[in-house]
Design a protein around this ligand. Structure first.
Ligand code: TPP
Ligand code: MG
Length: 1014
């Protein structure tokens, strides 16, 4: 207030408050009272210029000539002065006082009051805009506060005595006040009596809609929302809209009723208490379709999912009902999933807009919110492949539970992707089914934030809380949210404050834990009843029409129920959320069971090599260190050699040539954590000028996307998984900064990557690059935990497979994922190319090197990538041992970097004839066929598995039983490596080296296992 007092003092011509700044700018002002763009204040009376009496005089003269020639705030100011002048003078202009520069002679106390009161009213309006939602009537039960707090902000006028907070009195209620340009409550009026101002603010901000938006730091976005919320009478619905809403509410409600009647003791996670979700989603889709969206990708949890499938996506009802039949048999391979996890894809005509629209609901696991980034990735990919750079065609909707939205960190990670250039989907509409409970847990112990939606504030998303028992308020909010997304391409949240009529699922008793809430819920009238009564009372529909509509839908359900009994077999394929037309046969099978060789012609190798060693843009100044790297690459290319980075270049570059989009995402992937990649070059003199040589390879190549991600694993890996779902003709790779960090994305790995195809018959070719290796870097930064991936591999350890047809491809087709650890750049390139050449898609896990990136021995010649060559699942010994295998005493099987340590030690110990070293490059599925060739070749040798990881980690537990199966348990398999341990690696360098020495000694101590029994 002190600034305001200073201002008033200045207006009176005094020096109150010492407001030098008020006096400073006066001289520069010219005569322009209306046009803010010319530098005039567009604000109300309080302004720096207000201190100048000559300025006031000028304005006063102008106002006398034409009231409209001054800003409306001055207009009100002069009118108020006139109105409050002594009786008899009211209405008469009093220029003399102003002309003489004696503003104070106009009754200074009056002037001060007028200004202060205006400021107070403007502050009051702002208070409602900021805090009105705290007192909005959001809870349909009327027992809980949606913000978990019953406080009433002191600056909201909930009783007349609170006017005193602003220095106002009851007597001011009928005085008119100028409205600020930041309010729309006036409609066509620029002034309103205080009483009406408060009434309208309450209607806008404290009714069934509570909106949080004043934290948005963009004025035009705030203005947009104010206009949508404050404009009197803006929440209007036509008769047709009301009838449509009623019809949708009937479907939603009667669907749940039908399931409850038919399968009373089956879990279905009913929507009762928030039936309005269905009309809400349909309104969002209608409005989005009207603004040009033709593909909507949705993700949602258990609650109301069957209803969404039936009434939003429009899955055939009999297909849903037959899922309740315990005798239903699965037609497809795989384990399938419970009905409330399945996904769906459907193309249909939107009845409201007559436009085609594709709707997909992504399959998801129980893990709440895990599907969020996956949906975003899929939406981004669809936008990318369709050239929808603004998100005007494809959009995503995410539906959340209140407890999960607040509690699950992946929600936050997903929000943080929402505005990143390579991850944005240009606005997601979030809908929270806020039934004010999570399983048995009350919100007050489930979150520390007032609302479950506060997480959305980090991205400045507006949040509309709405009482779900007011269907029209919900529809209005959905309409505004869809318009917001279409206008600003930013996220928005709708919080459907509702209740859960029954227990968490249909078997649960909620009275155990929430007795009072559920007593109230039992008394709560159903929303359909309330709304239909209202429309009947308004004469919008008759009771008979309503009953007919209900009967019509019940009949549809009954008929579908009857036909569902004919369904004896369930096809998981019919629940596919991301079909790939043309990639498979019409039966959904791979078109072949073979894979073409993955080698490349010399010209391609040379061309890629040269591009990788150069800067394709003119006048582009790179860092001398990068120059050095490019020069050494050029040298390698000249010698027809490649290191790891070049091998990767060959893989990506050649696929781009073949029209395959390549996308590499992860933390610091553009340069590469180990500074070996440099796929994005930075001009050292022009800020943000970059060059991606990979995009300068060929005239008609596919695009290459390489993007540093946010510092997230769960969110980003989920996103890339979703991206890889959209098309089989893309290579999508996610690289962990260090392999071990993948464990913060474990849910994506376990629930989607490892088991996705088994559950949802959905192929996915995502590639995980996981830097791995024991190099003395400590317990973290060492192990990508191969044991975890191998433990989830589905090939049978105890069964030697039948070697028929193209065994390699057949085995890949049967497995759930492929796990490799390549020891050469050429093999790395081959396995990446094979990923795309296969007639199906499987996730590929690659343990990638760190020190090997620069190891002089870890290089490949161009010949290893020549035409006709292919990925080596196993690299046999190629030295003296291989020439005289009968003399070999020990064959060491290993994988990855330890090979180079073993080879060096063998050489030092001059045991090259005695010990053969065989590299497993593909660990899973286990190359039974190739391993058997080796064990037969070295028939007299001991079998050793050597790894640098601890015994309870790494590959040992996976490899050992399979090696034993290969030799039919006729020989032992000896272990060489680090002892079992709790941590993945020691934190002490010397211990690391001692351990290495110890197991190297054992590896080449040919009597180490003599006399030992297993
Ligand atoms: C990640 C995860 N943790 C725990 C659970 C077990 N769980 C299933 S539903 C549920 C409560 C969810 O509450 P809310 O998000 O409010 O959804 P509602 O069931 O109320 O619709 C819990 C804890 C789960 N499915 N996923
Ligand atoms: Mg809940």
């Amino acid at each position: 207030m002190s600034q305001f007092r200073a201002l008033v003092g200045a207006l009176r011509g005094g020096r109150a408050g010492g407001s030098w700044w008020l006096r400073g700018s006066v001289g520069a002002r010219s005569r322009c009272y209306l046009d803010p763009s010319r530098g005039c204040s567009s604000e109300a009376v309080p302004s720096a210029v207000a201190s100048s009496s000559s300025y006031v005089e000028e304005m006063y003269f102008a106002w006398l000539e034409d009231h409209k020639s001054v800003h409306k705030s001055w207009d009100t100011f002069f009118r108020n002065i006139q109105a409050s002048s002594p009786s008899g003078e009211a209405g008469k202009p009093r220029p003399s006082a102003l002309l003489q520069g004696r503003v104070q002679s106009l009754s200074p106390d009056t002037t001060e009051k007028v200004v202060e009161d205006h400021l107070a009213v403007h502050t009051l309006i702002r208070a409602y805009q900021i805090r009105g939602h705290h007192v909005a009537q959001l809870d349909p039960l009327g027992i809980l506060e949606a913000d978990l707090d019953s406080f009433v902000p002191s600056d909201l006028i909930t009783s007349l005595d609170k006017l005193g907070f602003y220095g106002l009195h009851e007597s001011d209620l009928d005085r008119s006040f100028q409205l600020p340009p930041t309010s729309f409550i006036g409609g066509g009026n620029t002034t309103l009596p205080l009483r009406e101002i408060i009434r309208r603010l309450e209607t806008s901000y404290c009714g069934h809609i509570g909106v949080e938006f004043m934290f948005i730091n963009n004025v035009s976005q705030c203005q947009w929302i104010r206009q949508k919320i404050e404009t009197p009478g803006i929440m209007q619905f036509t008769n047709t809209e009301k009838r449509t809403l009623l019809a949708r509410l009937i479907r939603s409600t009667r669907f749940e009723d039908f399931l409850a009647r038919k399968w009373s003791s089956e879990k279905r996670f009913g929507l009762e208490g928030c039936e309005v979700l269905i009309p809400a989603l349909k309104t969002i889709i209608d409005k989005s379709s009207a603004s040009g969206i033709d593909s909507v990708i949705m993700g949602m949890p258990h609650r109301g999912r069957l209803n969404v499938l039936a009434n939003v996506i429009r899955k055939e009802l009999d297909q849903i009902f037959c899922q309740f039949d315990p005798k239903l048999e699965a037609a497809d391979e795989g384990s399938g999933d419970v009905k409330y996890h399945l996904g769906m894809f459907h193309e249909r005509i939107n009845r409201e807009t007559d436009q085609n629209i594709m709707l997909s609901l992504m399959a998801n696991p129980s893990h709440l919110e895990a599907v969020d980034p996956v949906v975003q990735g899929k939406a981004k990919a669809e936008q990318f492949y369709r050239g929808d750079t603004e998100g005007n065609k494809v959009m995503s909707i995410l539906i959340h539970g209140d407890a999960a939205f607040a509690g699950q960190g992946v929600v936050y990670e997903t929000f943080h992707l929402s505005e990143l250039p390579s991850y944005t989907t240009h606005g997601t509409i979030h809908v929270v089914v806020n039934n004010q409970i999570g399983f048995t847990t009350d919100p007050r112990v489930a979150r520390s934030s007032p609302y479950p939606t506060d997480v959305a504030r980090v991205v400045n998303a507006p949040i509309f809380h709405v009482n779900a028992d007011d269907p029209e308020a919900v529809m209005y909010v959905c309409r505004v949210a869809a318009e917001w997304r279409a206008t600003f391409n930013k996220d928005v949240v709708i919080d459907l404050v509702s209740y859960r009529r029954f227990g968490h699922n249909e078997m649960d008793e909620p009275m155990f834990t929430q007795p009072l809430m559920y007593k109230q819920i039992r008394r709560q009238e159903h929303v359909l009843k309330k709304y239909s009564d209202r429309l009947i009372a308004e004469g919008m529909v008759t009771l008979q029409e309503f009953e007919e509509e209900v009967a019509k839908y019940d009949k549809i359900c009954e008929e579908a129920y009857t036909s569902s009994k004919d369904e004896k077999i369930s096809h998981n394929r019919h629940w596919l959320d991301s079909p790939w037309p043309g990639f498979f046969t019409t039966e959904g099978e791979p078109k072949s069971m073979s894979c073409v060789p993955t080698g490349l012609d010399e010209e391609t190798l040379q061309h890629i090599g040269q591009t990788a060693s150069s800067v394709p843009l003119e006048d582009f100044r790179i860092h001398p260190g990068v120059s050095r790297i490019l020069r050494s690459r050029a040298e390698l290319v000249k010698n027809r050699q490649m290191d790891w980075a070049l091998g990767e270049y060959m893989a990506f570059g050649s696929l781009l040539k073949e029209g395959i989009h390549v996308r590499l995402s992860g933390q610091d992937v553009e340069r590469g954590t180990f500074s070996h990649r440099h796929h994005v070059l930075h001009d050292q003199e022009v800020d943000k000028r970059i060059c991606v040589p990979m995009n300068h390879l060929w005239a008609h190549q596919a695009p290459y996307t390489v993007c540093n991600s946010s510092l997230s694993e769960y969110g980003v890996l989920g996103f890339e998984l979703g991206f890889a779902m959209a098309s089989p003709n893309a290579l999508v790779l996610w690289e962990a900064q260090f392999g071990d960090f993948h464990n913060t994305a474990q849910c994506i790995i376990d629930q989607f990557i490892s088991s996705g195809q088994a559950k949802w018959v959905r192929n996915n070719g995502i590639v995980l690059l996981l830097p791995h290796g024991m190099e003395g870097m400590g317990p973290e930064h060492s192990s990508a935990r191969p044991e975890r991936f191998l433990q989830m591999s589905n090939d049978d350890p105890d069964h030697f497979p039948e070697l028929s047809g193209d065994f390699e491809v057949q085995q890949l087709s049967d497995c759930n994922w492929i796990v490799v650890n390549c020891s050469t750049p050429a093999n790395y390139c081959h396995v990446i190319r094979r990923q795309i050449m296969l007639p199906f898609r499987k996730p590929l896990i690659i343990f990638t090197p760190k020190s090997l990136l620069r190891h002089p021995d870890a290089r490949s010649g161009f010949d290893e990538l020549a035409e006709g060559t292919k990925f080596n699942r196993l690299i046999p010994d190629q030295g003296p041992a291989a020439e005289d295998p009968a003399q070999v005493k020990r064959v060491i099987f290993c994988t990855g970097k330890v090979y180079y340590e073993l080879a060096k030690e063998r050489k030092q110990q001059k045991l090259e004839k005695d010990v053969a070293i065989v590299r497993l490059e593909q660990i899973s599925p286990f190359p039974f066929d190739l391993v058997r060739v080796q064990t037969e070749k070295y028939a007299n040798a001991e079998l050793v598995w050597c790894q640098e990881e601890h015994k309870n980690m790494g590959y040992y537990d996976y490899v050992r039983p399979r090696l034993l199966t290969v030799v039919a348990n006729k020989k032992p398999v000896w272990y060489v490596g680090r002892d079992p341990a709790a941590a993945t690696a020691t934190g002490t360098k010397s211990t690391h080296l001692n351990e290495l020495k110890r197991f190297m000694d054992t590896a080449f101590n040919l009597s180490a296992f003599q006399g030992r029994n297993l």
